[in-house]
Design a protein around this ligand. Structure first.
Ligand SMILES: Cc1ncc(COP(=O)(O)O)c(C=O)c1O
Length: 398
């Protein structure tokens, strides 16, 4: 029975939703969650306004390759839309096993496990292996999926300064020898475009008997002569004990993987909540990833074009004296240093038909507020000329 003389305030959570600053600001300035109505090559349409997509991670432009589309259609016809359950309970399908074998072979690992998102795979590569009593040493700029894995594991953690093996050594050497240790890094840092100092970090992992997990979402398909990623870039096939990543970057699809020794993958299958309690990767997503992986191997021209476009894009940024945080890869942040500059730069690019994404503190370190861009093999000569003109214009607006 309601008490008539007490004024009801409503549910506290409803009030929280209404008064939340990030949500209020997002709805006011509309920097995120845009809806596109059409896509063709490197271009997207919002209503009848056309933009060059410079924020996607489809580095090799394989997402709409005819062979990928054909493979997706065939899988849909043969298997239907979903897997309707977790593999532990409902069983794997032959297409999961085939993709896992192909990926393991490509990455030079004994085994692989795929799941329905890169986020789940990368989270799982930490959460399944680490447990209470272990110590995780994590690069402070690591992706949110890895932090979710750390939090879910119950292990304690130490942050080391970004891509800094000396700091990592210092932290490792202050820990007891017998404590199980895990090092967590990215192969290519998604926001900064920096390549991990894998040779030094892998050597530390050996010296201190630490298990090294590397999220190579942005290195896979991009680095190395054959696109095998950061480990191939450094000619260190066994540099990391577990490599995790996503199908949503170079493979242009959806899903993720962890590749490691047979024992490590079987252990993950026994302990990964992200696997045990989540429906398996769909037939279409698996078939598309497999077709894109095939193209990655058979058509190296996509990676060559990516790096050629990256060279030209970097020259534009150099010419305009824009700070791209010493990125070494096609993921190129434009560091502007404060939120207002970022907003006006981003708006000016939109006005000129270039779609990018804003990333401001706390998502990036203070003073590093930036526009994240990624160049792709799909960008044409005409796109790159339009990008150059738009960036020159945006620079006059800050
Ligand atoms: C470094 C890194 N790891 C993991 C993920 C998650 O991948 P997905 O988008 O496929 O879930 C991303 C994507 O943002 C990423 O950048």
């Amino acid at each position: 029975m309601p008490i008539p003389f007490i004024q009801r305030q409503g549910k506290p959570l409803e009030q929280r939703f209404r008064e939340d600053d990030p949500t209020r600001l997002r709805l006011k300035y509309e920097p995120y969650y845009h809806t596109f109505h059409r896509k063709e090559g490197s271009r997207v349409w919002r209503g009848d306004r056309e933009y060059i997509m410079l924020a996607s991670n489809d580095y090799l432009g394989l997402g709409d390759h005819p062979k990928v589309i054909e493979a997706g259609k065939a899988a849909l016809e043969q298997w239907g839309s979903g897997t309707t359950g977790a593999r532990l309970a409902n069983g794997s399908r032959s297409f999961h096993v085939e993709l896992e074998e192909e990926l393991a072979d490509f990455l030079g690992k004994e085994a692989c496990h795929v799941s329905s998102a890169g986020y789940l795979s990368c989270m799982s590569a930490v959460a399944s292996y680490a447990r209470r009593g272990d110590v995780i040493f994590v690069d402070k700029n690591s992706h949110s999926s890895l932090w979710s894995g750390i939090q879910a594991s119950g292990a304690t953690y130490e942050k080391f300064s970004h891509n800094n093996p000396e700091d990592l050594r210092h932290l490792l050497s202050t820990e007891k020898r017998e404590v199980p240790k895990i090092i967590v890094i990215e192969g290519v840092y998604s926001m900064e475009g920096h390549i991990a100092k894998l040779p030094e970090i892998a050597a530390l992992a050996e010296e201190f008997d630490a298990f090294l997990v590397m999220d190579d979402a942005h290195g896979f398909g991009v680095l190395g002569e054959n696109g095998r990623g950061t480990a191939e870039h450094f000619d260190l096939p066994d540099g990391a004990d577990a490599v995790c990543g996503s199908f949503s970057k170079s493979l242009g699809g959806t899903g993720g993987f962890v590749a490691a020794s047979q024992n490590a993958i079987e252990y993950l299958r026994s302990h990964s909540k992200q696997t045990i309690f989540s429906a398996a990767l769909s037939p279409v997503a698996t078939a598309c990833a497999k077709a894109a992986l095939g193209l990655m191997k058979e058509e190296p021209e996509h990676r060559r074009r990516l790096w050629e476009n990256r060279r030209r894009y970097k020259a534009i940024l150099d010419e305009l004296d824009l700070d791209f945080w010493d990125s070494e890869t096609p993921a190129m942040p434009i560091v502007l240093g404060d939120k207002e500059k970022v907003y006006f730069f981003w708006k000016a690019l939109l006005e000129k038909g270039i779609f990018t994404v804003i990333s401001v503190a706390p998502a990036v370190p203070p003073g590093k507020d930036l526009i994240r861009t990624a160049i792709s093999a799909k960008h044409t000569e005409r796109d790159i000329e339009q990008i150059a003109a738009a960036f020159a214009y945006a620079k006059t607006k800050i």
